[in-house]
Design a protein around this ligand. Structure first.
Ligand code: PMP
Length: 286
């Protein structure tokens, strides 16, 4: 549990943090957020997260309430005020408190909230076995590149996965792979890693970028292009990636084995590369 949180300029214990019921984040889901993994008290890829925050804010036409320098200072401050070397820093900006009206209010101060929780990365057993996933129709809106706090679609899809004892719901829109309810998705076919392009149908994952960079730097064949549902269903390997899941192999999709039903050869290559990369970046930051 987060001990000390930040709300609109002040640090306080979580139980002291309250927002008015007319906050547009509560009323409309009118806000955006970020989640930054922290290893050994160093935020991972922070400039990239702040760039994505700006993209999300631009996407909802909300001015950034802080400069990148101020965000960076605040994030380091919340890390220092909370226990544990590995943390997950969550922060969100909403359009603030105003009389309920769909149209934007004028001169309203955005609400800024930040908390940190212990970072729980996947257990080694899960890395070794791979995870179960289901598939579902991607019925979310058409601005999935905005990291919006309006996550009802994602929540419903993720709950469908949980109801089926699965970790994720892999999503298809019009016959093509988009992403999963809270992760990006990669497919391996005939020794080539296939990644859906970053566009309005997917969240531009920070982990997605790291995986693409590592594949390119290590001679792993890679194609960024649309991936059909058929290609996913006949894939040799499927991976899901996110800041907290890192890279996980999908062992079964809709209860059918993916490839051999175990993490495949390219997963066994990319996973240690990701772990090494993380360690290297953290050593440089220290
Ligand atoms: N897609 C969705 C819908 C997500 O919620 C997430 C996790 N925030 C991701 C992809 C992965 O993004 P990241 O690698 O930045 O955690």
């Amino acid at each position: 549990m987060s001990e000390i949180v930040y709300l609109n300029g002040e640090f306080m214990p979580l139980e002291k943090a309250h927002i008015p019921v007319l906050d547009r984040g509560f009323i409309f889901g009118d806000g955006v957020y970020e989640v930054v993994p922290v290893y050994s008290r160093h935020p991972f890829r922070l400039p990239e997260h702040l760039k994505r925050l700006q993209h999300s804010l631009d996407g909802i036409r909300l001015a950034n309430p802080m400069s990148d320098t101020e965000w960076t200072r605040l994030i380091h401050d919340i890390i220092a005020r909370n226990a544990g070397d590995d943390q997950s820093v969550y922060f969100q900006v909403t359009r603030g408190v105003a009389k309920r009206d769909h149209a934007f209010p004028k001169n309203t101060k955005p609400t800024v909230f930040m908390m940190s929780n212990p970072l729980v990365t996947p257990a080694q057993a899960l890395v070794d076995s791979g995870v179960h996933c289901i598939t579902a129709t991607d019925y979310r809106w058409l601005k999935c590149d905005v990291k919006s706090v309006s996550l009802l679609g994602n929540c419903l899809l993720r709950q469908a996965a949980v109801d089926a004892d699965a970790v994720e719901a892999v999503l298809f829109r019009d016959g093509y792979l988009t992403e999963a309810s809270a992760s990006n998705v990669f497919v391996v076919k005939n020794g080539v890693v296939l990644a859906p392009p970053k566009n309005h149908l997917v969240l531009p994952g920070i982990t997605y970028d790291v995986v693409l960079e590592l594949a390119a730097a290590n001679g792993i064949p890679l194609e960024v292009r649309e991936v059909s549902e058929q290609e996913v269903r006949t894939a040799d390997e499927i991976w899901v990636t996110s800041s907290t899941k890192e890279v996980l192999a999908v062992a079964t999709l809709d209860e059918r084995p993916v490839g051999s039903g175990k993490p495949g050869p390219l997963f066994r290559k990319i996973h240690p590369l990701y772990q090494d990369f993380k360690r290297k970046v953290m050593r440089q930051a220290a």
